[in-house]
Design a protein around this ligand. Structure first.
Ligand SMILES: Nc1ncnc2c1ncn2[C@@H]1O[C@H](COP(=O)(O)OP(=O)(O)OP(=O)(O)O)[C@@H](O)[C@H]1O
Length: 647
């Protein structure tokens, strides 16, 4: 068997240095194993002792049948394995263990996670504003976004919404291209592409891949792309090929030499057949029928793989790869520079606020549907408690009506949870690629929600307040509305925390509703504060649940200054004052004013938002966990070794 001719490392290096000085990334991996714990069956190996490299200006194509470990290899190389995988072996950048800061590499995931309400142009331009540095003028950013859109062949769909649940927009292949577009904006040093051509026709696949190859060569980018079924034209674009089967290397080396390797081992590619198809068919064990071999005998795919894997281990190709890896590792090319310069924190906050505001406006599930429900509930409350009056019986009616407002109207904020989860998914993808800081995301999400929360608290408040005939006065109405507003903001913050930990609709809704149910119970309405069991319910839940402050603030706002006629059959008619009701009947703490209750509620919003930020940061520190939580498309995985260059 002839050994593959290795590409000339030095010439490539020189070319790259000229084109993009000091920006190149040489990635090597040696004896890389990834195993996943399989419950009772012990550890299941997913990748078995892989060795290889990727160089600047080149595209390494990872191929193999479905489930052979392509995505796992990309995850291992990019430091994105989940928390349940175990990784051993060495992954080096420029010959040393070093960390790539956020933003210096990019990863296009297999699943397209995009803000579905935006048009292509908006999505890419917002992304450009977030990722490109402040020093770049706006027109240039716009120009870069437009050029990248054209490069990905999306110029005819710039004004089409991406689309998602509930609304059809771009096709699957177009979404794929938008995802690639966003990661290509900054021309990262190291680009991982997981199935970049899935959903694309052969012409579009070729077009996209040839653009990527051109950019890799121009900018000295190192590209590693897993690909399912490349056409022969796309296959010809790869510089090197890594062919996997059942987690093992069937072949790694020059694409040009692969045919010869297969032929020498008894699996020649039939004339006029796409070599990529031939390799995949030969190495697929899922349909382990007998496969026709170029020679007289018949073998199963398992046997064929065994022959190829063993032959590769002792081949010149394998030895050559080991030499290349050793050579790359010997030459210390230094530390990769610091984090890529990007938009300032302030710009990030502005852009994220605007983007989130637009998304909230266009996503009916975020606020509009809730507004309709709130109006219906406001009318319902207004008619049930219509013109409640000053009679003795109205004390109970007012109290329960206020409880309903502070508890049930606010708990309805969990209705926005599916949209929060979508937001968290997009955040997870963008954050892992270093597009912006977690703090900017929290600020943007908070500020953009304020106008909507004001709207959905003001309208139902106005309907309810005046239909029921609560304590008259503009100041009292404003207080009532502000309490509803701040409670909704609190529940939203709580649900964002839940969404960052439990990014699953059903589990998140159950968790969120459960937490609020407990807080409601301890708020002092269903059981008076002095009668609450001391352990857990009074200390600490009563004091940390926002319901206590919401109930008490609303009670004070309503009862202070009101009097009711008490028709007691023994003592005769007399008047009960609001203060007595507050102190004796409702057991409200009277030592401070209702404005203190409101201030505490506002303070809690700030605290919850900080908690949300803290939670994101904490999960980020345990990065594999973040990936499990935010990487919805993939299974949870386990990982015990720290990737040498995860940021
Ligand atoms: N956390 C995990 N738990 C159990 N099995 C896992 C886990 N992660 C990966 N696997 C298994 O490892 C194998 C490789 O998965 P991977 O997603 O890397 O394959 P792939 O080649 O990218 O597949 P496809 O082309 O279909 O996307 C599969 O059999 C998969 O079921």
């Amino acid at each position: 068997m002839a050994s593959p001719t290795p590409p000339n490392v030095k010439s490539c290096e020189n070319k790259c240095n000229e084109a993009y000085p000091g920006r190149e990334v040489f990635l090597t991996w040696v004896d890389l194993w990834v195993t996943v714990s399989n419950g009772k069956d012990g550890n299941k190996p997913i990748l078995q002792g892989l060795t290889g490299y990727a160089r600047p200006g080149e595209v390494l194509g990872i191929m193999g049948p479905s489930g052979c470990g392509k995505s796992t290899l990309l995850d291992a190389l990019s430091g994105r394995l989940g928390s349940k995988t175990r990784q051993t072996g060495e992954v080096l950048i420029n010959g040393r263990k070093q960390q790539l800061a956020y933003g210096t590499s990019a990863y296009v995931m297999q699943e397209d996670i995009l803000t579905w309400t935006l048009t292509v142009q908006e999505a890419v331009y917002y992304s450009a504003q977030l990722q490109l540095p402040n020093s770049m003028p706006k027109v240039e950013k716009k120009e870069r976004a437009e050029r990248t859109i054209r490069e990905m062949g999306l110029q005819n769909s710039v004004n089409t919404r991406i689309g998602g649940w509930g609304s059809k927009g771009l096709s699957g292949g177009q979404k794929r291209r938008v995802s690639i577009c966003m990661e290509m904006l900054t021309r990262p040093k190291l680009l991982f592409l997981d199935e970049p051509t899935s959903g694309l026709d052969s012409a579009a696949s070729y077009y996209i891949m040839s653009r990527i190859v051109k950019l890799a060569q121009q900018d000295g980018m190192t590209v590693i792309a897993s690909i399912h079924q490349p056409s022969s034209e796309v296959f010809d674009l790869f510089h090197n090929l890594c062919l996997l089967s059942l987690g093992r290397t069937v072949y790694f080396g020059s694409r040009l030499e692969a045919n010869q390797f297969f032929a020498v081992n008894g699996f020649p590619c039939p004339t006029l057949q796409n070599p990529a198809d031939h390799y995949l068919r030969t190495t697929n064990t899922d349909f382990d029928e007998d496969i026709e071999l170029g020679i007289q005998e018949k073998k199963t795919a398992e046997e064929a793989i065994h022959v190829l894997v063993e032959s590769y281990k002792s081949s010149n190709a394998c030895k050559q790869i080991q030499r290349e890896v050793a050579e790359i590792c010997q030459r210390d090319r230094g530390v990769i520079g610091k984090k890529r310069s990007q938009a300032s924190f302030f710009t990030q906050c502005l852009v994220l606020t605007e983007r989130s505001f637009v998304n909230m406006y266009r996503d009916p599930g975020y606020y509009w549907l809730r507004l309709v429900i709130y109006i219906a509930l406001g009318l319902g409350l207004g008619s049930v408690f219509y013109d409640v009056g000053p009679a003795y019986g109205s004390i109970h009616a007012r109290g329960s009506m206020l409880m309903f407002v502070a508890s049930f109207l606010t708990i309805m904020a969990i209705g926005g949870f599916p949209s929060f989860v979508e937001d968290m998914k997009v955040f997870g993808r963008e954050r892992l690629n270093g597009h912006y800081s977690a703090g900017a995301f929290v600020v943007g999400n908070t500020l953009s929600s304020v106008p909507y929360l004001l709207l959905i608290s003001l309208i139902p408040s106005a309907i309810t307040y005046y239909l029921v005939g609560l304590h008259r006065g503009a100041e009292r109405f404003i207080y009532f509305t502000l309490v509803l507003f701040v409670c909704m903001a609190l529940v939203e913050s709580l649900m964002m925390i839940v969404a960052s930990l439990v990014p699953n609709f059903l589990m998140g809704l159950i968790a969120g509703a459960g937490i609020q149910g407990l807080m409601m119970l301890s708020g002092g309405f269903f059981r008076l504060p002095n009668d609450l069991p001391k352990v857990f319910w009074k200390y600490p839940l009563y004091y940390i649940a926002f319901h206590k402050y919401a109930y008490q603030g609303l009670y004070k706002n309503e009862f202070e200054g009101l009097s009711f006629d008490n028709m007691n059959q023994f003592e005769g008619p007399h008047t009960i004052h609001g203060d007595e009701i507050l102190r004796d009947t409702l057991q409200v703490e009277m030592g401070y004013s209702k404005w203190v209750d409101l201030a505490i509620l506002f303070g809690m919003v700030v605290l919850y938002r900080l908690l949300f930020l803290g939670m994101i940061k904490m999960v980020e520190k345990a990065k594999p966990m973040l990936r499990d939580l935010l990487n919805f498309s993939r299974r949870p995985t386990e990982r015990t070794t720290v990737n040498p260059y995860s940021a």
